[in-house]
Design a protein around this ligand. Sequence first.
Ligand code: FMN
Length: 195
Amino acid sequence: MKYYLTELSDIIRNRRSIKPEQFNSEPIEKETISALLENAKWAPTHGMTQPWRFTVFTGEGLAVLSEFQCETYKKLIGRDKFNQKVYDKLKARPFLASAVIVIGMKRQKSEKIPEIEEVQAVACAVQNMFLTATAMGIAAYWTTGGLTYKDEMKTFLGLEEGDKCLGLFYLGNYDGEMPTSERTEEKDFVKWITG
Ligand SMILES: Cc1cc2nc3c(=O)[nH]c(=O)nc-3n(C[C@H](O)[C@H](O)[C@H](O)COP(=O)(O)O)c2cc1C
């Protein structure tokens, strides 16, 4: 065995989504976030397009994200459907995190590689970050809620028409118990053809 497989399996299996409401206020160093991003880029990428684009909000930057989220929601929703609770959550949530990495996918100019493969490559990059965060004892949460799929989000991030936002990756420190989770058994998701 070339690597410590037990350790790797533990990281994969113990990775959990921890929502920002559960984070404590202990900050994460910029260098630590850079280390996550460095591992992100080693994801597989068809045609080496490396389609991941990350926008990192920290410090005062969290106020920029907060303002964008709640004010854009207000602008888009219309007065009759406006929900103060949704507005307040979009405003408050970024401040609960030490950093929020907004996940983007940059579409290849020639569009030779199918879009789904570019999305898959970015998802692999996010998982690289997620597992690295788990190994470091940092809490993380990937959400596609809020304004993820709105054109305004793309504009905000400087993305263009064929590009996509694939969600927000919240990072923070957490001192609670790691939640348990479950997955189905192999027979429920694997079909073996043996001859
Ligand atoms: C692409 C993606 C988007 C997600 N978006 C949300 C979300 O908007 N809200 C939410 O509660 N969880 C979201 N999750 C987290 C899942 O709920 C979580 O992964 C699942 O409950 C399994 O828990 P675990 O990650 O702790 O194993 C998302 C996960 C992925 C992969």
